[in-house]
Design a binder for this molecule. Structure first.
Ligand code: AMP
Length: 279
């Protein structure tokens, strides 16, 4: 496995790999890798594919009072995990190199999806994610890039970004990976103590219960309110949002009820998100 820390050396390695007719798959991450990340990497492999995993804790996507300073960092553990599943290149750029890298003629669009759900409570999040993804795509020019459905709004945002900037990268989703108790894997789960984990386990329980109730009797307002109350009763500190949205993030749900439940809650000071498909 090649460990690449500079943009120049990465681009040279990509050029020489491309000469051999390989397609590039990129899996962008912020490190502290878990099975969610690894499942994307496994999916990204294939015949004549070069798999590049980037690890970059993107400072521009964190708000002033968010957890950038304490975001978990486990680089040597990550490198070992990546070696084990035979990744081709791990890109570990220095903050200042990425931040000062100028993209050629690409102007970041403002997309409507940046304003809702996670974008509403974390106004720096999507502009920050977009800023770094544009740079990574411009540097690497991946043929395929993999994003998890765990961050469904982010996946949708990236698809819109690619469309708007006419990148030639195909965005491929990966299923949400959960632990045996149903908690969606997240680097932020490391912040939770045992009592908080008990609450976190019930996020999926409430999502599935809400789904069952909706399909039995379509009364979203009432059912969501009842289940919000249960979340507070079991110890969730704050509900950021718990909403039903169509697959393209509309509040109006289509007749075929193709939609998803989206949730973001605080357990103590840890903010966790999850979502499930309804139909
Ligand atoms: P992060 O390191 O949290 O920025 O995540 C990097 C990528 O892994 C993103 O595309 C996430 O959506 C994806 N990811 C994170 N957690 C999971 C999970 N539990 N299941 C599937 N994908 C995930």
């Amino acid at each position: 496995m090649i460990i690449s820390r500079s943009i120049k050396s990465l681009q040279k390695q990509i050029k020489s790999l491309k000469l051999r007719n390989n397609k590039i798959s990129l899996v962008p991450t912020m490190g502290s890798l878990h099975e969610g990340h690894l499942s994307l990497i496994k999916k990204a492999k294939g015949k004549k594919r070069i798999v590049i995993v980037s690890i970059f804790i993107n400072p521009t996507q964190f708000g002033a009072n968010e957890d950038f300073a304490k975001y978990p960092k486990n680089t040597s553990r990550d490198i070992n995990l990546l070696k084990k599943i035979s990744t081709d290149i791990v890109f570990l750029p220095h903050n200042k190199d990425i931040l000062k890298y100028k993209t050629s003629k690409l102007k970041q669009p403002k997309l409507p999806v940046e304003k809702i759900l996670c974008g509403k409570s974390r106004p720096r999040y999507f502009p920050g994610v977009g800023k770094i993804i544009i740079k990574l795509f411009d540097i690497i020019k991946p043929d395929y890039a993999y994003f998890g459905e765990k961050d469904y709004q982010q996946l949708y945002f990236i698809k819109q970004l690619v469309k708007s900037l006419k990148f030639h990268t195909k965005i491929i989703p990966g299923k949400t990976i959960r632990d045996s108790s149903g908690i969606a894997l997240s680097s932020r789960n490391l912040y939770l103590n045992d009592a908080q984990k008990l609450i976190a386990k019930n996020i999926i329980v409430i999502l599935r219960k809400t789904k069952r109730e909706l399909l039995r009797n379509w009364n979203p307002l009432k059912i969501l309110n009842q289940n919000k109350k249960i979340l507070i009763d079991i110890g969730v500190s704050k509900i950021d949002y718990f909403e039903l949205r169509s697959e393209n993030f509309n509040k109006n749900i289509p007749k075929d009820r193709k939609c998803r439940l989206f949730i973001a809650v605080f357990i103590g000071s840890t903010r966790l998100i999850d979502n499930i498909k309804i139909n």
